[in-house]
Design a protein. Structure first.
Length: 409
């Protein structure tokens, strides 16, 4: 029998790889067009309607690029649309959300000490919050308030900070950051799908019909593109943060998330200014460094002690009652708890890696699948086998896990 856990792990790996590939394509094209747009220059003898031009050199050749602020006088024969990079990134991200956070909701989404609800209710809350966030954002952009983009972006930032705190009252710290990233990515992709692309299609249709396109469609698309520009770097941070408990598993994780959005603004402002040749605002790097140091300090503030709920989930109980559990639990506690504990005593380890704790039988049972994959099937844990886990002990882990799975099937 080809083991379900291994197949599932490889599926998640494949989807994660796809997500990274598509994100590179999307972010790369986005950064390129931002730099191109800001670098356009006025030049003599530009065609009617041309906003500016840019000469570039790459790959042994020269490129001469012109931008029409609304549209050229005639529809070109060939037109390349940039949209699938965004759509593919979002779709693969949604697939990851379902595979990792909804499929593993008991570990990654629901924290009974924060909000003790059934898995289905937590998933429904997650989906509703993502939908409501986009609708609220879109309505604000289309309102009179949204006519002033700076005022709008300030309000949107305040809303993001409030949502960051709100999520800490619902989900695990890891899921808080994931949802902030998912909301931001959903807004960015929805901007492309519902606003930017439809507006461009209207312009194309006007050209084909011989009408002069309305400049308002370009203005609206420009606003949404600007938002996407400043949201890109925070999204990357939030999506990578699930590997760093110092970011998400701290008492002030929502403040850290708020500061990350500010760092995205300062870094993008620097590059936008450079691309536009409007200055060299090196002060942005100093501000970014200060914000990052502040994040480091916030991550070091101890979390208030909270009485842990020792009641095991039904799935964990199955592994705790399986044959060989007592031997496996003793072995894992002995081999792994020097790092995976409330207070690790391995030099240089201040917090349990990935926030995984293996110093009690209950915690070992709760992490059965991860123990099987990382210490049974593979030799990823312990790192470099520093605690000398024997092949026979790894075999016992496999026997215990597969036996529990067989009993539950």
């Amino acid at each position: 029998m080809y083991e379900y856990a291994i197949i599932w792990e490889w599926i998640m790996f494949a989807v994660r790889w796809l997500h990274v590939i598509t994100a590179i394509a999307w972010i790369g094209s986005s950064f390129y067009f931002i730099a191109l747009d800001l670098g356009l220059r006025q030049a003599p003898n530009l065609p009617a309607g041309a906003h500016g031009e840019e000469w570039q050199v790459h790959g042994g050749g020269f490129y001469h690029i012109r931008k029409y602020l609304v549209a050229p006088a005639e529809m070109p024969e060939h037109l390349t649309w940039f949209k699938w990079e965004s759509y593919s990134t979002w779709l693969s991200g949604v697939a990851m959300m379902f595979l990792v956070y909804y499929g593993g909701a008991e570990l990654y989404l629901v924290d009974a000490a924060v909000w003790d609800v059934p898995v289905w209710q937590a998933i429904l809350t997650s989906l509703v919050s993502l939908t409501v966030a986009w609708v609220a954002y879109d309505l604000l952009c289309k309102s009179k308030f949204g006519d002033d983009n700076r005022r709008l972006m300030l309000l949107l930032y305040i809303i993001l900070v409030a949502m960051a705190w709100g999520y800490t009252q619902l989900f695990t710290g890891r899921a808080v950051f994931l949802h902030l990233g998912a909301i931001t990515a959903t807004v960015m992709t929805a901007n492309v799908f519902f606003i930017i692309m439809p507006n461009q299609r209207i312009v194309v249709a006007d050209l084909q019909a011989g009408r002069v396109p309305d400049a308002k469609y370009g203005k609206i698309a420009k606003q949404r593109s600007t938002h996407n520009n400043y949201l890109t770097l925070p999204v990357i941070f939030l999506m990578l943060s699930n590997h760093y408990p110092l970011a998400f598993a701290t008492p002030y994780n929502w403040v850290i998330a708020a500061l990350v959005f500010l760092m995205g603004v300062t870094i993008r402002h620097y590059f936008n200014s450079k691309h536009a040749r409007s200055g060299n605002p090196t002060w942005t790097w100093a501000v970014t460094a200060v914000l990052f140091v502040l994040i480091m300090w916030l991550s070091s503030i101890p979390r208030a002690e909270v009485e842990e709920d020792t009641a095991m989930a039904p799935q964990a109980q199955r592994f705790a009652l399986a044959a060989h559990f007592e031997d496996v639990s003793d072995m894992i506690t002995g081999r792994c708890s020097m790092c995976h504990a409330d207070e690790p005593f391995w030099d240089g380890i201040l917090w349990a890696p990935k926030a995984v704790k293996l110093d009690t039988p209950e915690r070992v049972a709760a992490q059965a699948r991860e123990i099987y994959l990382h210490a049974g099937v593979s030799t990823a844990m312990p790192p470099a086998n520093v605690s000398f886990m024997e092949p026979e002990e790894r075999a016992l882990v496999r026997k215990w896990y597969l036996g529990a799975v067989a009993q539950g099937s």
